[in-house]
Design a protein around this ligand. Structure first.
Ligand SMILES: Nc1ncnc2c1ncn2[C@@H]1O[C@H](COP(=O)(O)OP(=O)(O)OP(=O)(O)O)[C@@H](O)[C@H]1O
Ligand SMILES: [Mg+2]
Length: 253
């Protein structure tokens, strides 16, 4: 069976100052290859600065790669720095939703902007979609009239989730998206994500420092170190028998 998402030989290099008038090329991501099936979760772990957020941004089309390919359902989505298809199928959620939601707009306006820019739906159809999506993430239909500051942290992360889901993506990249939530709200959000995955076959790339989440949610784990994959495979196998030093260190933290 073809994987849903296939990443092949992804590299990202930048020029860094290395002395007076000197620059050298350094890799932020080096030869990254992996696959994710429909309805699967890949966890990405690694120490700070390992390249996890860089990978998240490249996957979601928010940053360019230098070379390599990203294929979604066998169609080339990205070839090196070239974006060949729109990336509404892969959506990104960050740790802090307050920075990514415009405080001057109501939730309805925020979600409607997304639909107006990306779909041909009529005003009536858009409103229906907004209501459906709010219910899907466990918010009330009336919440559409609220501004971001009127929500709690957990609710705000659900708003961010609604904004990511409203375009019916196939892959959701969660970059520490659950980290700022307190444990009980985090557990509720995890259950919501798992329910959504069961119902819709959504796939997740889960970037987190919380190993309990990795264990609970992921099918596969990829360990990054200095932009390179040092370990990649089935979650249970890697937790039982970590081979790389980086992975052993991370798992014993
Ligand atoms: N635009 C950029 N220009 C230069 N260096 C960058 C840029 N973006 C990221 N980096 C560097 O790339 C490396 C990886 O950063 P990244 O944010 O992907 O790490 P991370 O694994 O997400 O870390 P954390 O766990 O702290 O979130 C870091 O050394 C960072 O300084
Ligand atoms: Mg990061």
């Amino acid at each position: 069976m073809q994987p849903l998402l296939k990443v092949q030989g992804l590299n990202k290099q930048i020029a860094q100052r290395s002395g007076f008038l000197q620059r050298k090329m350094v890799y932020l991501l080096k030869d990254i290859s992996f696959c994710i099936g429909q309805g699967e979760t890949l966890a990405v772990i690694g120490e700070t600065g390992a390249g996890k957020s860089t990978l998240a941004k490249v996957l979601a089309g928010a940053d360019d790669a230098s070379s390599g390919q990203i294929l979604l359902e066998s169609e080339l989505l990205k070839d090196g720095s070239k974006q060949l298809m729109d990336s509404r199928n892969i959506r990104l959620i960050f740790q802090d939703p307050t920075t990514s939601l415009n405080p001057a707009l109501t939730i309805e306006e925020i979600l409607d902007d997304c639909l107006r820019f990306n779909t041909e739906l009529s005003a009536e159809e858009r409103l229906e979609k907004i209501k459906q999506t709010l219910s899907k993430v466990g918010l009330l239909v009336e919440h559409r009239h609220y501004y971001p500051h009127m929500f709690s942290g957990g609710q705000l992360q659900r708003v961010a989730l609604a904004r990511a889901l409203i375009l019916d993506p196939k892959v959701l990249v969660l970059d520490e998206a659950l980290s700022s939530l307190d444990p009980s709200v985090r557990a509720q959000t995890v259950n919501l994500l798992l329910d959504l995955q069961r119902e819709t076959g959504l796939s997740y790339v889960l970037i987190t420092h919380h190993l309990s989440l990795v264990k609970h949610m992921s099918d596969q784990v990829m360990v990054l170190d200095h932009g390179e994959i040092v370990e990649y495979g089935n979650t249970q196998e890697i937790f039982c028998n970590p081979k790389s030093k980086t992975c052993q260190r991370l798992l014993t933290c």
